[in-house]
Design a protein around this ligand. Structure first.
Ligand code: 5GP
Ligand code: MG
Length: 180
């Protein structure tokens, strides 16, 4: 059933119900199970804050034993010509030789994921793949592979299931889209 919610100044309506998200997360878990079952302890890196709910639901559906850790990309305005800089914080594990699966809530243009991938490559992991809950194929502008995508959407702005509008809406079990 369609529902309208208000966050700050904006109204949102139901776009993807909980059951559909759950199905897509299960399908993604099946792919990871097939691809990682026989590898030495994969390391799952969830990207906070957005991926917390996705990570929580996904790891319950895995039938191999990963390590699980979280990182955060903090954006700040650098001085001079560099403009916006992203710094990866919270990385504690030794990544060298590890098979890493990055869990993201959404890949839009791919800009922030590109920063993250560059930071990870410096640690010489054995492999890095991206598993994203949402992917916006029409907005994506980069050339790295986004191998695991649970759901593809258009260029609309969505909230819920971890994703926020100015920090609200992350707790919703369904996903909503801005109205108008
Ligand atoms: P990108 O760097 O790929 O353009 O954007 C990635 C980040 O922008 C995401 O991690 C997320 O924080 C934010 N973002 C992009 N699209 C959406 C959206 O539709 N809804 C929300 N809530 N955040 C989005
Ligand atoms: Mg994010």
């Amino acid at each position: 059933m369609e529902k309208i919610v208000k966050l700050h100044d904006k109204e949102f309506r139901t776009l993807i119900p909980e059951a559909e998200i759950d199905r897509a997360v299960s399908e993604l878990a099946d792919k990871l199970n097939a691809d990682y079952r026989d590898r030495p302890t994969p390391l799952i890196l969830g990207v906070l804050n957005g991926a917390f709910m996705f990570a929580s639901d996904l790891v319950k559906k895995l039938d191999f034993n990963p390590e699980l850790s979280f990182v955060k990309l903090s954006s700040y305005c650098g001085t001079g010509s560099t403009g916006k800089v992203s710094e990866l914080i919270g990385l504690k594990n030794n990544l060298e030789g590890r098979h890493i699966i990055v869990l993201e809530d959404i890949v839009d243009t791919g800009e922030s994921m590109e920063h993250l991938l560059k930071s990870l490559e410096g640690h010489r992991p054995a492999s890095v793949e991206i598993a994203t809950l949402f992917f916006k194929p029409r907005a994506f502008r980069k050339d790295f592979a986004v191998k695991y995508r649970a759901l593809e959407i258009g260029n609309e702005f969505i909230v819920g299931y971890g994703l926020d509008y100015n920090e609200l809406g992350r707790n919703f079990r369904d996903v909503y889209v801005a109205v108008g």
